[in-house]
Design a protein around this ligand. Structure first.
Ligand SMILES: Cc1cc2nc3c(=O)[nH]c(=O)nc-3n(C[C@H](O)[C@H](O)[C@H](O)COP(=O)(O)OP(=O)(O)OC[C@H]3O[C@@H](n4cnc5c(N)ncnc54)[C@H](O)[C@@H]3O)c2cc1C
Length: 394
């Protein structure tokens, strides 16, 4: 017979958003049973080091856990790992897990995150082609790097740039292939892209730009419009797509592949909330919905969702952003992230710089390298919708 259970809070997903939602529910006074169901094989862990310290061999896999076992006991949070929630019922507050077990919930947080996107070319789905999202992916990547003399990384988003620099730091001769004219050009503009290209060069990465991948042969040779490049390992870092299938099938309103949520993370269903990469939530300070795929925002959205599930009003109002480590260079970025029409770059000497982003006469973003005062000030200017003249005149 199929079993059934019940929970005050059911959290679907064991990433930073799910972990924060469960913690925040408890810390906000939520007293129901808390059940976190995750497809992952491990309790919630940090993903950012997988392309940085973990890949370089500086951090062990068991150092990545977000919390130790005591945390779950103390907070009375039950973790169910290696399980998939297969359905959120359309007409009642019930979810079904793989195997048929059902969970009746008082509130549910959908925190299903994102999945890597592959390339629609022959050979890209070969299981020997690496990708990096989960800890198991990160372990496989590191193991491959231990015996590889050379690598090809495809994609110049932050994950591709970080991984390429880390592979070089391990002594692996690495080629980074990108469709862009320079890494992150579309997102950050020409001047910042040129600096990132310079950092990759300093790290020893061979950069191949404006190249379209046509096929991957034997998980070793990447054939592109600009020639063929071979390595002992190939890593695909070609972006992610939010995983909203569960919510959409449960008739929770979605748009652009994400779950619609207000600034309190409430979805179209009264007691279902969404948080993290999968959410297309209203940022209160921005006054509009934003799609973000950043660690800190997943945590913050999870906190907001957990608090609201416990009956405490909270809302998402911080400027989204992230830090990225490319070799020994750190970038700090805070921005609405949905476009700009002006960029102003200022140098502070010895390689430190700030890039300001503006749109419609307002400050909409800041990116800094080794200049924390501008990063802190920039966050405030973005969140307050400061006039572009505030930075243009400085
Ligand atoms: C290698 C790497 C490096 C990164 N570096 C940075 C960085 O430096 N800075 C930064 O800001 N961001 C970084 N990110 C992005 C950041 O990790 C994500 O934005 C963040 O993990 C999103 O959190 P989330 O909780 O929404 O989703 P995820 O972390 O994707 O977690 C989703 C969870 O849901 C589970 N799940 C999905 N569907 C189901 C289901 N039906 N049933 C049960 N469980 C399910 C998954 O197994 C997973 O546990 C990095 C990401 C990666 C992969």
């Amino acid at each position: 017979m199929r079993s059934s259970t019940s929970a005050g809070l059911l959290v679907v997903g064991g990433g930073p958003a799910g972990h924060a939602a469960a913690r925040s529910y408890r810390e906000s006074g939520g007293d129901g049973r808390v059940l976190v169901v995750s497809q992952d094989a491990y309790p919630p862990y940090a993903r950012p080091p997988l392309t940085k310290e973990h890949l370089r061999g500086e951090t062990a896999s068991d150092e990545l856990a977000l919390s130790g076992p005591d945390f779950y006991t103390d907070h009375r949070i039950e973790l169910t790992l290696r399980r998939t929630v297969t359905a959120i019922h359309r007409d009642r507050d019930r979810a079904t897990m793989h195997g048929g077990e059902t969970v009746d919930f008082r509130s549910c947080v959908v925190a299903t995150g994102s999945r890597p996107v592959s390339l629609p070319v022959p050979g890209a789905h070969d299981p020997r082609v690496l990708e990096v999202r989960s800890l198991d992916d990160g372990i496989a990547l590191r193991q491959a790097a231990e015996s590889a003399g050379s690598a090809v990384v495809i994609g110049s988003g932050f994950i591709g740039c970080e991984a390429a620099a880390s592979l070089c730091a391990r002594g692996v001769t690495t080629t980074l292939i990108t469709m862009e004219r320079a890494p992150q050009r579309a997102r950050l503009g020409d001047e910042v892209a040129a600096r990132i290209a310079g950092w990759l060069d300093d790290a020893g990465v061979r950069l191949v730009t404006s190249a379209t991948v046509r096929s991957i042969v034997e998980a070793r040779t990447v054939c592109t419009s600009a020639g063929a490049y071979s390595g002992d390992m190939v890593l695909l870092a070609t972006g992610v797509a939010p995983d909203n299938a569960l919510a959409a099938a449960g008739r929770i309103a979605c748009a652009d592949g994400r779950v619609l949520a207000d600034s309190r993370m409430r979805t179209s269903r009264a007691n279902v909330l969404a948080a993290g990469d999968v959410a297309l939530a209203t940022n209160h300070a921005a006054g509009r919905r934003l799609a973000v795929e950043h660690w800190g925002d997943a945590v913050r959205m999870g906190e907001v969702a957990g608090a609201n599930a416990a009956g405490v009003q909270d809302r998402w109002a911080q400027a989204p952003g992230f830090w990225s480590g490319i070799g020994d260079r750190v970038l700090k970025y805070a921005a609405w992230g949905d476009g700009y029409d002006a960029v102003l770059l200022s140098d502070h000497g010895e390689g430190a710089f700030t890039a300001w982003y503006g749109a419609g006469g307002r400050v909409v973003g800041v990116l800094t390298h080794r200049h924390d005062p501008d990063y802190e000030r920039g966050r405030t200017l973005v969140e307050s919708g400061a006039d572009w003249s505030d930075v243009a005149a400085a």
